[in-house]
Design a protein around this ligand. Structure first.
Ligand code: FAD
Length: 488
């Protein structure tokens, strides 16, 4: 049997391990942390449980297909339910809006609560679907680095329809031409943050994202987001993948441009294939530091996606007006993004996202309480004074949501944990604490992500949010799907 070694047990590393084990490899995963999942992990404290990173689950079919690939029934491992309300939006002018999953209901809500006709939403979602139908085959499901992809008929057809994916204007421009009500423009601009980008810079192609949420749906896994990690690890173990925790890999051993294995804790492990799920920047800078000539400088210098500041608050009260996903918009969206991207700073009135998994999983909080995951988008780490920024942002957020909810939130905080760009960087080795690898702030971003296979080192492969096709759970899972057939 050929041996595959995987660096990192993030969601992409686990998915790659499953795929390679099913393909016939003997697979071993080395994880630096004591637990699997990387960003998709959990925090337990004082009777509260929090999903530490991702909170929005879309495209569950990419998880299911790993079970079917291994000849297992997904529902024997894993259950999830579709959300009727995808998100609740709160605007500074007092507007409250429910984004219903069902298009008709959502369109009616938009018509009733804003000055936008229902048809504008229907038209927009049709445009979003068209972008998906063109980009899906070319940019998401295949390697962009193999001639084979470009010789396929569906690729050629997609390329001919290229202008339809709207790459030549910004997302914000496109949304302004689709809607006249600023609140609706803001709602759809926010989707740029789903991959850590800026709607005032990113191409309108990113308007594909609402289609994923409103057509395929948003889901909640019965055991919380972390159960995605737990169940995939269980599946991996069932197909004989071996996990070794507390084992940071220090070097990928390459001799004569051929992978020989890796080095962890002073031990050499031989392998035929190495797949790095570690952020590609750190993979080169740390694990391949002896081989500087192999470093793809231009790709490594790409702008990084934004990061996040998260407060995990145990709240001694329940708020019936809140749901699983809640957005409290800031009053000046452009100023907010200018702060993140140009000033590399945090705006004083940021858009605040509150995720409350205890709405769906009651035992995530003690009776009568709620577990609040309170997040704002912040710049990637370039050495800002985070202690100061975090303290100020905490006060600004408390003032904002206390005002919106008509209740002083500070005295209700029973316990608190904080994650900021520094800790995201150190806990998961993500360069600059970026959540989604490189940003998508220009039209060429899709082509400038690192390939899933090394063109210079035989036997070296890459998966995860920092390489093709990009960040977020669905794309990280797709990177595993692309890597598997590239291996010998
Ligand atoms: P990671 O999760 O970063 O895993 C990499 C793993 O490799 C880690 O376990 C790390 O410890 C390990 N590792 C690194 N270096 C080494 C080494 N040298 N040796 C051994 N092990 C090593 N996505 C969504 O789809 N929906 C969301 O709502 C969403 N929200 C997010 C919110 C936050 C706060 C964060 C942080 C992310 C969010 N994301 C979301 C993005 C999503 O979490 C990531 O895109 C995805 O989890 C990335 O998975 P990965 O496998 O690429 O990498």
């Amino acid at each position: 049997k050929q041996k595959a070694l995987i660096v990192g047990a993030g969601i992409a590393g686990i998915a790659t391990a499953i795929r390679l084990a099913v393909k016939g490899y003997d697979v071993e995963v080395f994880e630096a942390n004591a637990y699997p999942g990387g960003k998709l992990s959990e925090i337990e404290t004082n009777g509260y449980r929090f999903d530490a990173g991702p909170s929005l689950f879309t495209m569950p079919q990419y998880v299911d297909e790993l079970f079917t690939l291994a000849d297992k029934n997904p529902s024997d491992y894993f259950a999830y339910q579709k959300l009727d309300v995808v998100c609740k939006y709160f605007y500074p002018d007092g507007t409250r809006l429910n984004a219903y999953a069902e298009t008709k209901a959502f369109a009616k809500e938009i018509e009733e609560k804003t000055s936008e006709p229902a048809q504008a939403l229907v038209n927009f979602l049709a445009y979003s679907r068209d972008i998906y139908s063109i980009t899906n085959h070319v940019f998401l499901e295949r390697s962009l680095h193999q001639l084979k992809t470009f010789l396929r008929w569906d690729t050629v057809r997609s390329i001919l329809r290229f202008p339809k994916i709207d790459p030549f204007r910004t997302m914000h421009r496109a949304n302004e031409s689709s809607f006249k009500d600023k609140r609706v423009v803001q709602l759809f601009d926010r989707y740029a943050t789903y991959n850590g980008s800026n709607p005032y810079q990113a191409p309108a192609t990113l308007n594909v994202i609402p289609h994923l949420e409103h057509h395929y749906g948003a889901y909640f896994p019965a055991g919380g987001m972390y159960s995605i990690t737990q169940n995939l690890v269980k599946l991996a173990e069932d197909v004989s993948v071996k996990f070794t925790y507390n084992s940071p890999v220090d070097e990928i051993v390459v001799i004569n441009k051929q992978v020989k294995g890796l080095r962890t804790k002073g031990r050499d492990v031989l392998g035929d294939v190495v797949v790095s799920n570690m952020d590609v920047w750190f993979t080169y800078k740390k694990l391949l530091k002896k081989h500087e000539a192999l470093h793809p400088q231009k790709i490594l210098n790409q702008e990084r996606s934004s990061s996040a500041l998260i407060f995990y608050w145990g709240i001694k009260k329940q708020f019936p007006q809140l749901d699983l996903h809640n957005i409290f918009f800031g009053g000046d969206y452009q100023a907010e993004f200018d702060h993140i991207w140009l000033k590399k700073y945090i705006y004083q009135d940021p858009t605040v996202y509150i995720n409350i998994s205890s709405k769906y999983k009651a035992d995530d909080a003690p009776p009568g309480c709620e577990n609040w995951f309170v997040m704002i988008n912040v710049p990637a780490n370039s050495g800002q004074d985070w202690d100061k920024l975090v303290e100020k942002a905490r006060e600004d957020i408390l003032v904002k949501i206390s005002k919106e909810l008509g209740e002083d939130i500070k005295p209700l905080i029973a316990c608190e944990e904080i994650l900021d760009p520094r800790s995201i960087e150190s806990k998961t080795s993500s360069y600059q604490g970026s959540l989604y690898g490189t940003s998508s702030n220009n039209q060429f971003a899709a082509f400038l992500r690192h390939a899933n296979k090394s063109s210079k080192v035989k036997g070296l492969f890459f998966c995860g949010g920092s390489v093709h096709p990009g960040g977020g759970i669905p794309l990280a899972l797709l990177s595993a799907k692309i890597v598997s057939p590239l291996t010998p």
